[in-house]
Design a protein around this ligand. Structure first.
Ligand SMILES: NC(=O)c1ccc[n+]([C@@H]2O[C@H](COP(=O)([O-])OP(=O)(O)OC[C@H]3O[C@@H](n4cnc5c(N)ncnc54)[C@H](OP(=O)(O)O)[C@@H]3O)[C@@H](O)[C@H]2O)c1
Length: 285
């Protein structure tokens, strides 16, 4: 598996497996399948409510902990210094581990500075090998990179051919922050898998559109974490290291950029209100 190196020297697989929207019932089987076909990086979050199942699958797989790159994200409900520290330790318990490879702040809302200071201290204590953020648009990212003690190593944001994040990536490169793509397929929204430009390129390389999409992102130096509950698709999404997209094809994909989210904008106040409501609904009972 190809690795990228974060600015603190930690290596991270360029392809990982994401478990958002995988139910508790299915998650353990899915992560076991993902590990069996060769994934060595798993992306979960407190708000996915499946950390226990991820932990069980890793334990059952028999794969040494040190060979797996494990990421979780702190949910906004747990922001603030003390609450974040406590919640990360609880996540570790659920994941059956005494350290995490990467912990991200899930959203740029509420007391994320207090939360980030907790991550910095856990990093200093050696409990976290890398720390970062998610959904931080360039203005929020430059802010936290400038006023924190330890710059984020990773920013996980929506990135796929319809929302390529070219400007955002420039800012991340400037600060040495690794871009990690969430929804690398944009969950297939807007007909991404059937897009004629991508279909034609896929035929040329004898690959699938999914493989072309992932290959395009990793050739940009971007980490991808595709999700699938199907073992054959997990394999397909990993099988992207035996071809290289030519520049002319990359140029055609660049033209597909709509420069806007296929989901929602985190800087739209109505979306922020929606998040506030979601935080209330997802509160741990
Ligand atoms: N930080 C954040 O705020 C945030 C937000 C969203 C996601 N994420 C992370 O990013 C990961 C990936 O994003 P995502 O799950 O939202 O969406 P995604 O990976 O872009 O797309 C997943 C969808 O594509 C389908 N799919 C997967 N491989 C396929 C293939 N080879 N051919 C055709 N269809 C395929 C899946 O269906 P099947 O499962 O039925 O195969 C599923 O419907 C998440 O799991 C999570 O870890 C983070």
């Amino acid at each position: 598996m190809e690795q990228i190196t974060l600015y603190n020297g930690v290596e991270m697989p360029i392809v990982g497996y994401g478990v958002y929207q995988i139910s508790k019932e299915e998650c353990e089987r899915c992560v076991m399948d993902a590990l069996a076909v060769g994934y060595r990086s798993i992306d979960t979050a407190q708000s996915y409510f499946n950390e226990e199942q991820v932990g069980n699958a890793i334990a059952k797989s028999g794969i040494p902990r040190k060979d797996i790159f494990l990421t979780t994200k702190v949910w906004v409900e747990h922001y603030g210094y003390e609450k974040t520290k406590k919640s990360v330790l609880k996540s570790m318990q659920k994941l059956q581990t005494d350290y995490l490879d990467l912990v991200l702040l899930h959203q740029p809302f509420s007391d994320y500075y207090g939360a980030y200071r907790a991550l910095e201290d856990l990093y200093d204590e050696g409990k976290l090998r890398a720390i970062g953020v998610s959904n931080f648009y360039p203005d929020r990212l430059v802010d936290i990179a400038s006023f924190s003690r330890i710059k984020p190593m990773v920013n996980q944001i929506e990135t796929h051919p319809f929302n390529q994040q070219i400007e955002a990536k420039k800012w991340m490169d400037r600060y040495g922050i690794q871009l990690e793509a969430w929804a690398p397929f944009g969950e297939g929204r807007g007909g991404l898998f059937e897009n004629p430009v991508l279909v034609k390129i896929a035929k040329k390389y004898n690959k699938t559109t999914a493989q072309v999409i992932l290959r395009w992102n990793i050739q940009r130096g971007i980490v991808v974490i595709p999700k699938s509950i199907h073992k054959e698709r997990m394999e397909e999404n990993l099988n992207i290291f035996d071809f290289v997209l030519e520049q002319s094809d990359i140029n055609k994909i660049t033209e597909l950029d709509k420069k806007q989210s296929s989901f929602f904008s985190h800087s739209d106040p109505a979306v922020v209100e929606w998040f506030v409501q979601m935080i209330e609904e997802r509160k741990e009972k």
